[in-house]
Design a protein around this ligand. Structure first.
Ligand code: SF4
Length: 370
């Protein structure tokens, strides 16, 4: 018996980034950002497509210059996923990419400059009906806020964001979302908790510059996990100094862990010990690699022996319990057939793909009925 999720999501206004809803009752969107040179249109398009294949809902692209805005025009034409333009310093870039069909404008209040410039971006966002993300970052707060607080603090991050929220409100613009990122988990979590009560718009979560693949994934999981448990967060980006496809995988793993959003195989596996009846670690590595392309949600348990195997297998769609001389495969919680260690991974892959196929048929039937 699984616990019901205790998470009650904060109520937020729904906005649209292209055809992806963010906030309200929409699923928490997972996003990443390209790290190619935006001037290299082919490389950027290829990476956007890889991210889309990995399951990304939204992709952000850095537009550092007006020349890059021209590349963006081509990139937008050659891709189909909603794209957010990341803009710093020069508001005119925002006006350009809006004309070229961008789905959201991310501006950094700390460096976009005077109110007239923000007003120009707002007018443009209204004209093209696109949302704005106010993206505050602890590393680039406005100078006067830095002076006031001495160093980045949760209140400083919130003050920076709210200053710009007020400008948007003054110009009657409510089609926005907000992020408040710091590389420190406590600061980030505290800042998001404060702003969650001050706005009704969606919140974009992230721990910025979290680090490399392993440490960054852990830091992001801890920080985002605390906020998601509070019901805060409508879209997430895991920032890793790694291939951005990993950001999408980790993002979904975080949501899967909290049973917020299911995608692909949710593996439950024991760490293995001398009781194991097959090589659990190698089997897991092989299965993860082979089944990476599965997007249908399925719970699979791979357990090395009977100590915990039957108990776990009973709770999942497909479970394997190590045994001697044979392992036992469970389907839908019931013992189904014996599998020996020869060709174990091939057998498991075949059975898992069959379960996925049956689940997809079930889901299609449900869609037809509704
Ligand atoms: S389930 Fe069995 S093999 Fe796996 S760690 Fe526990 S005792 Fe060891």
């Amino acid at each position: 018996m699984k616990f019901e999720s205790p998470i009650v999501r904060r109520k937020s206004k729904k906005i649209w980034v292209g055809d992806v809803a963010v906030g309200g009752d929409a699923p928490i969107a997972v996003q990443s950002m390209t790290n190619t040179d935006t001037l290299d249109v082919d490389a950027t398009v290829a990476q956007i497509n890889e991210l889309q294949t990995a399951g990304a809902d939204i992709v952000r692209v850095s537009i550092p210059s007006l020349e890059a805005a021209e590349s963006f025009k081509l990139i937008k034409l050659k891709t189909s996923i909603p794209l957010v333009a990341d803009i710093h310093f020069d508001y005119k870039i925002a006006l350009k990419v809006a004309e070229y069909g961008v789905d959201c404008l991310r501006i950094n209040p700390g460096n976009i400059g005077k109110e007239e410039r923000i007003k120009a971006v707002i007018d443009c966002a209204k004209k093209y009906n696109i949302p704005i993300r106010i993206g505050v970052n602890a590393g680039s707060l406005e100078k006067d806020i830095q002076r006031k607080y001495g160093e980045p603090t949760p209140d400083a991050l919130v003050e920076s964001a709210m200053r710009h929220v007020e400008i948007l409100r003054r110009y009657d613009f409510d089609n926005f979302k907000v992020s408040l990122k710091a590389s420190d988990v406590f600061m980030t979590v505290a800042a998001y908790r404060i702003i969650a009560d001050q706005i009704e718009q969606p919140i974009h979560l992230g721990i910025t510059e979290a680090g490399g693949l392993r440490a960054g994934a852990v830091k992001s999981s801890v920080g985002l996990g605390m906020l998601l448990m509070d019901g805060i967060g409508d879209t997430i980006r895991v920032s890793l100094a790694a291939n951005p496809v990993e950001e999408i995988k980790v993002g979904f793993d975080i949501l899967k862990s909290l049973r917020i959003r299911a995608k692909g195989i949710n593996f439950i596996a024991c760490p293995s010990c001398s009781r194991q009846n097959f090589d659990v670690v190698q089997t897991m590595n092989d299965l993860e690699e082979r089944l990476e392309n599965v997007t249908t949600a399925l719970d699979v348990a791979i357990i090395g022996c009977v100590v915990n195997g039957p108990g776990e297998a009973r709770e999942v769609d497909l479970g394997l319990t190590g045994g001697s001389p044979n392992n036992l495969l469970y389907l839908d919680g019931k013992p189904h057939h014996k599998v020996n260690n020869d060709n174990l991974v091939d057998e498991l892959e075949k059975s898992i793909r069959e379960q996925v196929r049956l689940k997809e048929i079930e889901q299609e039937k449900l869609i037809v009925k509704s």
